[in-house]
Design a protein around this ligand. Sequence first.
Ligand code: PEP
Ligand code: MG
Length: 582
Amino acid sequence: MRLGRPLAPGVAVARAYCPDQGPVHGPARQLDPTKTPDQIRRFESACAAAAQELDARIAHTVAQLGQQNDTTILHTHRQMLADPTLADKVKLAIRDHGLDAGTALQHVLEGYESQFAKIRDEYLKQRVADLRCVVGFVLRHLQGRQSSAPPFGPDEPVILVTHEVLPSHLLLSQHFRLAGILTEVGAETGHAAILARSLGIPVLAGLPGILDEVRTGDMIALDAHEGQVHINPDFEVQTTYRRLQQAEAERRDRLAGNRDQEPVTVDGTRVELLANVNGADDAALASQVGAGGVGLYRTEYLFLTHPGMPDEEEQLATYRAVVEAAPGRTVTIRALDLGVDKSVSYLGRHDEPNPALGVRGTRLLSASPELAQTQLRAILRAGRYGRVSLLLPMVSALEEVRWAKGMLDDARLSLRRQGEPFAEDMPLGVMVEVPAAVACLDDLLEEVDFVSIGTNDLIQYLMAADRTNPQVAHLCEPSNPAIWRVLHRIIGVCIGRGKPVTVCGELAGQPQSFLPLLGLGLRRFSMSPALVPLFKDLVRHSNALEARAVAERLMRMKTAGEIRDCLAEETDRLMLHSCIKF
Ligand code: PEP
Ligand code: MG
């Protein structure tokens, strides 16, 4: 048994799929020079067969799941295969070094891998993983194996084992049932982990060397509550984990019954439980579980899964689908927050020495006014189909808000001129996730209607601790007194000015933070839709007055240790009354 760090909760028992292990080729073979043309022919026909297979998979995906389904990754692989650079390098290695086709292919891949190994850029990392996949397709055909698809049926559950979760991995769930993920590295507030949580897929990270221990097809039992993983467990362990899985499903079903209950504390305080969504499916799930609305719609996923920049009509169709999936409820659409671990190739890559402190969020929008204008027009138009609010990400100065308001005025003017209907009165909010925004909060509140606290970034910038770096994950835990003092200030200022305030970072979905946030006066929590039933149960078993006492006690604490103990004790007490066991 190995212990890892849970990034998304849940239990799974299934076979492993290790796409990053890439192709397995036998020992290098030196060729007799007369065999070179033959090896080049073998390589070319393996490439042609791999291309045919990819075309068939794209056609199959579209036929089975419709045009709406995302085939971007398959198309990317198809383009890579068609790129003559890769083929030319392999042919050169066959000719100049006298290698057989398989060894030459492997050598070229290793060349790319070592070139990119030291680069931290997320986009390039994804491209190398894609390249491994493409080389894998060709190698399998060279070895005479018919299909490069993972050896699983579309309904068979699969546990992905990889170095690090990338957004592209999560799209694998379109091809088979992704039951869980094991990774060597990864952090709780990295975007891939956030996405996995919203898809309800358990993730266990912090398992260095796992790729050397597991092979595709191995049986895995994973418990991402306790942080345990068993590789090829015996029958008894498998049975225990399957029981845990069953108990979890039953608890989920039991909680699903609370969808129509009001989120009100025992002493009558009403709380809003909102959902963080990435698209229409999440928004529909949010409505299904009884969320009070969408507190954060991250529009980045449309851009991340699109082959090029989505135009205004495509954006409108996507935003409208989300708005219509949450009828009668407010949907807070966040303007694009690309950058760091969410980058796209078609915007042109900025080589920044420190992307987390670089051009992201509202800074990226103001550097690309055309992109901003298109998105704002699409959001304003989507506002006609329901109740929509607009949220600005990564705001660090008043001028940025004023700039965005100017852009909104321009967008309204042009829509009006074109006779295009749109929502005239759309509330505008800012994400408070940069310490500078906390310092100038009073001034920002003059300009906006509401605030949403992005604790994932706020904590990383406050603590100077990279949210994607597991080595500093302890500093990002909500036990540091600095975090609570800053939250106290933000929530207090917003309440004092009568401006609605939500927490939409991962902190809002952590049970141990619930009582102190409630005690500080927070009434709007936005979280993964899957967590809403649990939190409704927590709200209905808590007492706002007692929560206030907990928050007051916490504000006097000076160390992370004291806060950790206090939160653990209070959470245990709350759980005693609730039907939830974490
Ligand atoms: C946050 O920073 O807390 C947040 C909600 O935004 P994101 O995680 O998308 O950066
Ligand atoms: Mg953020």
